[in-house]
Design a protein around this ligand. Structure first.
Ligand code: ATP
Ligand code: MG
Length: 439
């Protein structure tokens, strides 16, 4: 049986064509990146997955058919080029291909919706409107190669630490935290919501005896405000572990971040170079700042913050200016943390909640959770929520719920740090924000 491409088969990726293949015949496939027709000689750059290769066609050395076909090439058309490898001082990889056979697999319409070769980035909206083409730029695709490696490292880290990967529903009956950041949907004759966090499910899983679970999945939040670090659909890396407390899971978190930094800096050095991003592998343990001290730091920097308030954007910035890299914020007031966070036994005004920050950016929130049914019901009511709405969650606490703790990391925010991006939209293939629902 013959497939669509018949005999036409790629023999090499551009990055694998080097001087060792001198005088050999190769067949490459990719996009026409650049065309320079100097009359007596035509230079064409073909771009594929990880690089580029120069096709050089001196009119005296190639057939008229090949010359004619090359002259019909248009930028970004998809082509196949067969030819002999020859040494070249100026071309990428130090080699060029003298073509003997060329095929246009699919021509690209002209003009193009955006210039995929530009060094200077266009407006983010223009780029996102034609994201498929934007991604043809190395400095854009590098972000997603780094994100992919990060997720790979994170998964490995969890598996190596005896966690079980779980999948929990994203169609839910009620709010996780009773917040307003919910997207209502029609679920047959009922109203339902898109899940804003796997929180309640991963806690229920602690009652299952599985002990250590993690999930990497979408969260949906109806964030009204358009910021550089919020999207309406984000990826959350969540974990929950039994018989551990906040201090234990903070250690797991910093070890994971450290492993990610190590892996990205070694395995993605080419991508970091393309992004001109100098990623530091920060040593553990990360600094710990208590909430009380954070309030003082913020005020000392002329940003007003009262004890008991959540960090405003200005407060995050003030704090970020006084800190380098990753650090924990601990001992949060119970008042501003969700109902499932364990209050401090001796001083219940404070809680066993923490955030992991990177300068002025919140990367993660976590805590020791309440595992006692009565206290949990009390806290739900205290937050002005109705315990009846949490029936199936609370049931898991009645028949043997172990003490447990966990956290959630924003995968897109972590990617911002890893790639040096200051807009979260850069780190998501097809971002969903206040104004964007396509592509
Ligand atoms: P913020 O205060 O920055 O809005 P949050 O405290 O509401 O965040 P959490 O509920 O603690 O967020 O969620 C855990 C993590 O998920 C956050 O630390 C962040 O990294 C990520 N995250 C939360 N909301 C968003 C969002 N809208 N877009 C992107 N990432 C998010
Ligand atoms: Mg938070």
């Amino acid at each position: 049986m013959q497939g669509l491409l018949n005999e036409l088969r790629r023999t090499h990726f551009s990055k694998n064509v080097d001087i060792n293949l001198k005088d050999q015949e190769v067949l490459i496939m990719g996009w026409v990146h650049e065309i320079r027709d100097l009359g007596g000689i035509i230079f064409i750059l073909i771009r594929d997955k990880d690089g580029m290769l120069q096709v050089t066609a001196p009119s005296k050395e190639v057939t008229p058919e090949v010359l004619e076909a090359l002259r019909s090439f248009r930028k970004e058309s998809v082509v196949a080029v067969k030819g002999k490898v020859q040494e070249s001082g100026r071309a990428p990889n130090g080699v060029e291909i003298i073509p003997s056979e060329v095929t246009i697999l699919n021509p690209a319409n002209q003009p193009l919706p955006m210039d995929p070769t530009e060094k200077v980035r266009a407006e983010i909206d223009t780029r996102l409107d034609s994201r498929f083409m934007d991604l043809r730029k190395q400095n854009v695709s590098s972000i997603f190669k780094i994100k992919s490696q990060m997720l790979h490292t994170v998964r490995n880290f969890f598996y190596e630490n005896d966690f079980t990967e779980i999948n929990t529903p994203k169609l839910v009956a009620s709010a996780t935290e009773g917040g307003t950041e919910l997207f209502p949907i029609t679920y047959f004759e009922k109203e339902a919501f898109l899940g804003q966090s796997p929180q309640l499910y991963k806690q229920i899983m602690m009652s299952s005896g599985m002990d250590r679970v993690f999930e990497i999945a979408q969260i949906f939040r109806a964030e009204e405000h358009d910021t550089l670090r919020h999207l309406n659909e984000a990826i959350s890396i969540d974990m929950e572990a039994s018989f551990l407390d906040d201090v234990d899971v903070m250690k797991i978190l910093e070890d994971m971040i450290h492993k990610v930094l190590e892996d990205i800096s070694t395995k993605c050095s080419k991508e970091l170079e393309i992004l001109e991003h100098d990623l530091k592998v920060q040593k553990t343990p990360f600094p710990v700042v208590k909430y009380d001290d954070a309030v003082d730091i913020v005020n000392s920097r002329d940003v007003e913050m009262e004890w008991g308030e959540d960090l405003s954007r200005a407060a995050e910035k003030a704090l970020g200016e006084s800190m380098e890299g990753f650090y924990f914020l601990t001992d949060w007031p119970s008042e501003i943390k969700p109902f499932y966070v364990m209050p401090n036994k001796d001083n219940p005004i404070n809680s066993h909640a923490f955030d992991l920050m990177y300068k002025d950016l919140e990367i993660s929130s976590g805590a020791t959770r309440i595992h006692q049914y009565d206290l949990l019901v009390e806290k739900i009511s205290e937050k002005g929520l109705n315990p009846d709405a949490f029936g199936s969650y609370l049931k898991a606490f009645e028949y043997g719920m172990p003490p447990h703790a966990g956290w959630g990391v924003g995968a897109d925010r972590l990617t911002m740090v890893l790639t040096g991006s200051n807009n979260i939209r850069e780190t998501v293939l097809f971002p969903r924000d206040r104004h964007r629902l396509t592509p």
